[in-house]
Design a protein. Structure first.
Length: 399
């Protein structure tokens, strides 16, 4: 591995200015999730790949909407398919007047590249493109294939690009693992808590708020339910190899309007974080029990309707996982201390875990301001990150 790192680091240093140039080009194209058209940013990265003899395929969902792009480098010998994944859509700009430089100006200052998406995850996409270009020159040495997958439906929460690729009509069935290029050099995310998300439609009885007869208010009933949810103790859920416990949070309250009507409906969003020993089904039963107790305390009102929205399993890669060891060994050979971490927030790795596909996330360039004002990346960390992913790819592809 030390010899491999030496060679790929030299190549990454040769690519450094090109990676910066492509990243700046991508940052300069607004691609906010759900707000901007995605074709321009995909056209830019597609043309970069095409100029290097790497044809790309634009992904469209069942409605015809553009949701991503893929490009595959196939080795001359049979083997599994691996995926390098990054998103090309971004978070919103926020208050543009608060930025030191405009969010799409792609300004470089004191070794930092400013701009929305520079960290999450246009720099990751640019790095992966350069790795693919390098792999394409040695296909005779590779077993299996490496796929670039760039999603433009990630920040909406839809993950349309990933869903189209992994579950579409022509979905591959031999994906051995996915490396997700989220930023941050201090850790490699090898797992995360799952989610069980539900909307609770809490019912009351409508009436005139000034009338002589008082009817049960859906908002007051919802307040009782929020109190019960926020004070209830979840099972611990921690276990060997998964140090985190479950968690429940009420994240939204919607109901009522005006002054003269006692509301008959109030809707709560509830986010439950699950673990390998506190599953989605456990979270569902826990929620059902608390809801039933509050409903019983409010006679004369309809039962609360529980509408499940999202279920992703918790996951944690085993210590001997090929993905995990390939990246950690490469980082160690490069002299970078990277800790394997099970994350509290979920990520696309949880979605992939539900499909039985292992994934890593959360290793990439050093950054500040993710999703915030003055998002920026430290440019001198690019070659090291590229070399580590490149070395890991060579290991996985048997080169």
């Amino acid at each position: 591995m030390n010899a491999i790192i030496h060679d790929v680091l030299a190549e990454a240093k040769e690519d450094h200015e090109s990676v910066i140039e492509l990243t700046r080009d991508l940052v300069a194209i607004p691609s906010r999730g759900g707000l901007d058209p995605y074709e321009p940013v995909l056209d830019r990265i597609g043309s970069w790949l095409a100029q290097r003899g790497l044809p790309a395929t634009v992904l469209k969902d069942s409605t015809g909407a553009t949701v991503g792009l893929t490009c595959e480098v196939s080795g001359s010998r049979p083997g599994p398919r691996w995926v390098l994944d990054a998103c090309l859509d971004t978070a919103p700009f926020g208050d543009e007047h608060a930025w030191t430089h405009a969010p799409t100006a792609a300004v470089i200052e004191n070794g930092w590249l400013y701009g929305r998406g520079s960290a999450d995850s246009k720099s990751g996409a640019a790095i992966f493109c350069h790795i693919a270009a390098r792999l394409a020159t040695i296909t005779d040495q590779l077993r299996g294939s490496m796929v670039l997958l760039f999603d433009v439906d990630e920040h909406t929460g839809g993950f349309g690009g990933a869903r189209r690729y992994f579950e579409g009509p022509d979905a591959p069935h031999d994906v051995a693992g996915v490396m997700i290029g989220y930023p941050g050099m201090d850790k490699l995310v090898v797992g995360g808590r799952g989610v069980h998300r539900a909307k609770l439609h809490v019912h009351g009885v409508a009436s005139h708020s000034g009338g002589s007869k008082t009817t049960p208010s859906a908002i007051e009933k919802a307040a009782d339910l929020i109190r019960a949810l926020s004070t209830a103790e979840l099972p611990d859920g921690a276990s060997a190899g998964f140090p985190l416990t479950g968690k429940l949070t009420v994240t939204s309250v919607q109901g009522g309007g005006g002054y003269s009507v006692t509301p008959d409906l109030c809707t709560l969003n509830v986010d439950i974080r699950t673990t390998p020993t506190f599953h989605s089904a456990d979270g569902a039963r826990f929620l059902e029990r608390l809801v039933a107790e509050v409903d019983d305390a409010w006679p004369g009102t309809r039962p609360t309707l529980i509408q499940v929205d999202t279920r992703w399993p918790a996951y944690a890669l085993a210590e001997d996982s090929r993905l995990r060891t390939a990246l950690l060994d490469a980082a160690n050979s490069a002299g970078i201390e990277v800790k394997a971490k099970v994350a509290g927030p979920s990520n696309i790795g949880n979605y992939l875990a539900g499909l039985g596909i292992p994934a890593t996330a959360g290793f990439g360039v050093a950054y500040i301001g993710l999703h915030g004002t003055d998002e920026r990346i430290q440019l001198d960390t690019i070659p090291t990150v590229q070399a580590i992913y490149h070395a890991a790819a060579l290991t996985l592809l048997g080169a």
